[in-house]
Design a binder for this molecule. Sequence first.
Ligand SMILES: *[C@@H]1O[C@H](CO)[C@@H](O)[C@H](O)[C@H]1NC(C)=O
Ligand SMILES: [Ca+2]
Ligand SMILES: [Ca+2]
Length: 350
Amino acid sequence: MALMKMDAVDAHFVILIPSNMYLYLSLVLNIISSTISSNSDCGCSLNRNGQCGEEINPSERYSKKSNSLTADNNENEAFDTSNMVLIEKATFEMGTNKPVFESDHEGPIRNVSVDSFYLDKYEVSNRQFYDFVKKSGYKTEAEIFGDSFIFEMSLPEQDRTKYQDIRAVQAPWWVKLKGVSWEHPEGPESTVEGRMNYPVTHVSWNDAVRFCEHLGKRLPTEAEWEIACRAGLRQKLYPWGNKLNAKEKHWANIWQGEFPLENTAEDGFIFTCPVDEFPPNNFGLYNMAGNVWEWTSDNWLNDADSKVKKGGSFLCHKSYCWRYRCAARSFNTKDSSAGNLGFRCAGDVK
Ligand SMILES: *[C@@H]1O[C@H](CO)[C@@H](O)[C@H](O)[C@H]1NC(C)=O
Ligand SMILES: [Ca+2]
Ligand SMILES: [Ca+2]
């Protein structure tokens, strides 16, 4: 894989905002007014109440009854394993004794046993989510709430100041924007056209659970996700080893340049990339690190309203949010959604 793939950057960009080429220039020229607050993160703990890393505020607006699926969710139905990997029962060393973020509880290392299970090779794509919605009529929480978190840089520059008052307090480059949903990832005028093979975003944990159930699958546990990330390597930082740019290549879609001022996109992508980009790990799994964060079924600590997410995203940079490591972990409330958060499904071996 080449270090620079400008064609991919341009193609992606033109799809996003065809008439706003100046935004591209502004990205490259670092024109952005956000200031960095010392204990911010890359949207790692955005909650729907607009705060960051605060106490949890579970939504009462969301009613399960108002959005129940019809009978096509059949748990006994065998799921399609053609784009899944069988991961054999094993014991592995989970976590790290060199935690980068103490407050994330990345350590200590402990031996954890995991039964055999299936895991999707790819993050769930817009195409797959589209098919699900078409068949079930499902409405995501972002659609019901009417808004979702979006990274400021994905907005046209003249729009950015409009949203000053609704920024996440500790991560001012996030704005909660009306009309943003999986189908309209950058606002009402945007679409996923030309990005059907990109990961679905703006899906809450509740949405992800419903999607997986619809296919007879489920979300992976955190331990399942992590053993899959490590792919047989013992205590390595990344799915491919310890060296970020081993063999002078890019192995994941993350941030290059100074966060959040400049993304040089040396890996080819300013925002998300197709779900089958970059080399797979030894288990044949793509984008476990980077691209979009992935929901797991585990609670964050003892809080049933917050769920663990793994893998980091295209917004993560070592200087700031070094969370594209297998041991790294973060969380969001179950009902929150953002432009850098998606998922993949797992399945039981029967
Ligand atoms: C995990 O188990 C292996 C094999 O028994 C052992 O060598 C290793 O020290 C254990 N690791 C931890 C952290 O206990
Ligand atoms: Ca990138
Ligand atoms: Ca990922």
